[in-house]
Design a protein around this ligand. Structure first.
Ligand code: PXP
Length: 239
């Protein structure tokens, strides 16, 4: 059964709406673990718009499963990750003006800088995942630069309105997951996944773990975080 890593950035987004100290993403990390999640994910952005350095430091001390840190491949973030030593670093593209991560890292363009970051982190025994679009060339590049995992960007599939676009996008995810698995890369997947879209992944056994934030935190506002996580785990168990 694939795992579930829960991204708690949105808890910090709510805190930052008031610039006070509640709700605390560190508490959310404990709740998602108690509900059965296999990992806690946070994205430390250059502008610190939601997660702060302090959150990551405290989560490093408190998370009992796996702490996954998403960062851009910049020297500031690599230095921070080397200090924190998360269980996995996921390298993501980052634009200041975007609302959320808009697509995978383009390894045609950023190959050297990403490769340097992968090497530095791995030297410190931190495994590295690269967030890429479901594109076979990107998967091959990730393999060549010795990534431990790829995370397949599922946003295009999740956001497609028309059935035809949705099927095409899903086929790309399937082909990417199969190639990555064949190349012995770990295979994570995420972005935009929800309680309906997750069902499409039935039978796609190459996926090791889903990384999900928005839909779980959105549901948690209405039904509570524990229940929201357990409901997603129940759906993943059916896959
Ligand atoms: N994976 C990556 C690399 C992301 O940047 C994000 C968003 O922070 C997610 C997964 C989770 O996406 P969502 O919040 O849409 O579930």
């Amino acid at each position: 059964m694939p795992g579930l890593a829960v991204n708690v950035d949105h808890v910090a987004t709510l805190r930052e709406a008031r610039k006070i100290n509640i709700p605390d993403p560190v508490t959310a990390g404990a709740i998602v673990e108690l509900a059965g999640a296999d990992g806690v994910v946070v994205h430390l952005r250059e502008d610190r718009r939601h997660i702060r350095d302090r959150d990551v430091r405290l989560l490093r001390e408190t998370v009992k499963t796996k702490l996954i840190l998403e960062v851009a491949a910049t020297s500031e973030m690599v230095t921070f990750a080397l200090e924190i030593k998360p269980d996995l670093v996921t390298l993501v593209p980052e634009k200041r003006e975007e609302l959320t991560t808009e697509g995978g890292l383009d390894l045609h363009v950023h190959r050297d800088v990403v490769s340097d970051a992968v090497q530095e982190l791995q030297k410190a025994e931190i495994p590295v995942s690269i967030f890429v679009d479901p594109d076979l060339d990107q998967i091959k590049h990730a393999h060549k630069i010795n990534a431990n995992f790829i995370e397949i960007h599922t946003g295009t599939f999740c956001e497609a309105d028309r059935q035809k676009d949705r099927s095409e996008a899903f086929e790309k995810i399937v082909n990417s997951a199969k190639l990555a698995h064949k190349l012995k890369l770990g295979v994570n997947a995420g972005h935009g996944l929800g309680y309906q879209t997750i069902k499409a992944f039935k039978g796609l056994s190459e996926i090791d773990e889903f990384s999900i934030g928005h839909s779980i935190i959105a549901r948690a506002v209405l039904v509570g975080l524990d229940r929201a996580v357990r409901e997603m785990i129940a759906l993943i168990k059916e896959l």
